[in-house]
Design a protein around this ligand. Sequence first.
Ligand code: NAD
Length: 249
Amino acid sequence: SSPTKGKVAIVTGGADGIGWATAQRLAQEVEHVVVADLRADAAQARAAALGERHCGLGADVTGQEDVAALVDTVVDRFGRIDMLVNNAGVPEQVAATVDQQLAAFDRVIGVHLRGTFLMSQAVGRVMLAQGCGSIVNLSSIAGFAGIPQRNAYAAAKAGIVGMTRSMACEWARHGVRVNAVAPGYVRTALVAELEAKGALNARSLLSRTPMGRMARPEEIAEVIAFLASERASFVTGSTLVADGGWLAW
Ligand code: NAD
């Protein structure tokens, strides 16, 4: 099917990994995909690869001014925002809680929670004025299960589930849906790199996963695209787990 004319989606952290897979998938659904990323050059290169209808913009989701400038630019250029995917994220330095640095804690909480809040607030205003729109946030299995030495990441990802529910209930009668996806392990460049360095024990991870493998980024993008689209028109406030059975174990 061809993309819906005039429709606009923003993917934060869209230059790599799950975000880039999502940008490619959403380009099949909407006319304009905005690849937003901390790394402006990478975002622009990705948007160029998608085609000239799309655009890449640099923005730090933790900065209120960056977020305002991003949303203003998108509305000026395309006139509306139909989908927002709050995907930008940073991995936590795996460290014992007693050794953990406060700055690292603040960084993880900041990018995931403050970033998701600021982007949702700014885009939410646009969507409420339109009377329609859909937001998808990235949680994780780490928000549900007690993975050791990941306290900030776990708190951020559980926090995203709560924020998703709160915004969903607040905006449900205004035509704006808010949902989350909780992926298990996804074979992104980052995960492959950790694996290559031996920092991630792939064998134990895979034997712990009922499906016995990691997700491909496209598999998570497909779930995100479903929740973002009208195919999920009665789904709001929910977190869809896509983990190859990890949490069911
Ligand atoms: P990735 O590192 O491949 O990509 C993340 C992107 O976010 C990068 O392009 C980075 O530049 C960008 N980014 C980082 N900080 C930013 C900021 N402040 N403002 C704007 N952009 C910023 O990551 P990924 O593995 O694709 O993960 C994407 C999301 O999915 C994250 O929220 C992550 O926590 C979540 N997630 C990942 C996995 C996994 O196994 N990879 C599992 C569950 C959840």
